[in-house]
Design a protein around this ligand. Structure first.
Ligand code: GLA
Length: 404
């Protein structure tokens, strides 16, 4: 049985146990891995993610079938998370305000509130949500939750959103309710991913280009460092601000509008300013990452694997040195990958997602994937004392309604 089927069965049986009826609606939304193009989305640049075979699934039914979910005074939903074994009530009308403290329910409430605002009309419901996207693993567990909720709202209302609008409303939910000023990448790929394809997304035009990833001799391997440093929350907005400040100094709307030549010719000017070195290095990462992302997409189409690998390692180095969002554990993983080398079946590796922990993404030769995994596992454990979690995934389908 596939992991997806197991997760689905578990979700349905939890719903039946909880609410003593069959769910009427079933939806899912995947997590994602970003192959390259990190911290470029909020600079209007390029990203190259794909949806992964890890999902958030929601089973739901109308509250009228479930007496304890009926509230005569208010229009509410009752939603339970199987992962955390917690249940919360969610307002479906009036002014919906974010809570002070961000919890799992903030993502759900945010997505409900923003879907209602988009005109999706729903009646009171009860639901169970269940996810096998690792939480805090830089694989977009939060985006998959937001997108799954918005997809459920579509299923229940019988209305269909333009998928780009759906991604945008989920991003808004994350900004307002989870208080995380994220870019558009995670919600976009979770909502619009296509099976067997990676997505080269221009984050300015929001026009995706789907690139087939069908070669059976290549595997996308994800290694979870199983660490998450607490810096994640505070550093992300700081990086965003630095990029905005660098754009202002360079006289452009976004760093997307800066070329490497332009950056180099402004170098002296930047270095003369307070924190100028920092602005220069942040901008250098973003500008060079945009070039690497487009180069890697082309190299992938041409099956030029050496070039693909070079872009991945260079991306990691830039994130480590210039953008300063890596961490010792991710650097150890990438060093192990490099030591395996092309001959050992390792095409390329880099940290993926926001940074400060989470996962490394690698492209690996399928016939050598077992040896590669073993070398990573033992090497990482011997250097850190931490067991990594390693899995291969194919590009998965974006959010869908299974039953309506
Ligand atoms: C997080 C954000 C994304 C993106 C990445 C870094 O995942 O949610 O929008 O900025 O970090 O590339």
């Amino acid at each position: 049985m596939t992991l997806f089927q197991t997760l689905l069965d578990e979700t349905i049986s939890d719903f039946e146990k909880q609410y003593r009826s069959k769910p009427k609606w079933l939806v899912f939304a995947p997590g994602r891995v970003n192959l390259i193009g990190e911290h470029t989305d909020y600079n209007d640049g390029f990203v190259f993610p794909m949806a992964i075979e890890r999902y958030t699934i929601i089973a739901a039914g109308p509250s009228q079938n479930v007496p304890e979910c009926n509230d005569k005074n208010q229009k509410i939903a009752q939603i339970r998370t199987k992962n955390l074994n917690q249940t919360s009530s969610f307002l479906l009308e009036g002014e919906i305000q974010p809570t002070e403290k961000v919890r799992w329910s903030s993502y759900v409430q945010g997505s409900i509130a923003c879907s209602l605002e988009k005109g999706l009309n729903v009646e009171p419901f009860c639901a169970v949500l269940n996810s096998n996207v690792p939480i805090g693993g830089s694989l977009s567990s939060s985006a998959s939750l937001e997108v799954a909720v918005a997809t459920l709202m579509e299923a229940m209302s019988g209305q269909t959103l333009n998928p780009v609008d759906k991604a945008l409303l989920c991003q808004k939910a994350e900004h307002l309710f989870a208080k995380m000023p994220c870019g558009i990448m995670d919600q976009f790929i979770s909502a619009l991913g296509v099976k067997d394809h990676a997505m080269l997304l221009d984050c300015r035009s929001l026009v995706p280009k789907m690139i087939p990833l069908l070669d059976p001799s290549i595997v996308v391997l994800i290694t979870n460092s199983n660490v998450k440093h607490s810096l994640t929350g505070s550093e992300y907005p700081e990086r965003r601000q630095s990029c905005e400040e660098a754009s202002r100094i360079l006289g452009v709307t976004k760093l997307r509008d800066v070329s490497l030549d332009m950056l180099e010719s402004s170098r002296e000017k930047l270095l003369g300013l307070e924190n100028g070195d920092r602005y220069y290095r942040r901008a250098k990462h973003v500008v060079s990452e945009d070039i690497r992302t487009q180069t890697m997409a082309q190299a992938l189409i041409a099956a030029d694997w050496e070039k693909v690998g070079e872009q991945m390692y260079a991306s990691h180095e830039s994130l480590k040195v210039d953008y300063e969002v890596s961490c010792p554990e991710l650097d150890i993983l990438v060093d192990i990958a490099k030591s395996i080398g092309f001959g050992g079946g390792m095409i390329g590796s880099r940290m993926t997602g926001g940074g400060f922990g989470g996962c490394m993404v690698s492209l690996v030769r399928a016939d050598q994937v077992d040896d590669v995994s073993e070398t990573i596992r033992t090497g990482y454990f011997s250097k850190t004392g931490i067991k990594p979690t390693i899995f291969a995934t194919r590009p998965a389908q974006g959010a869908s309604i299974l039953e309506q």
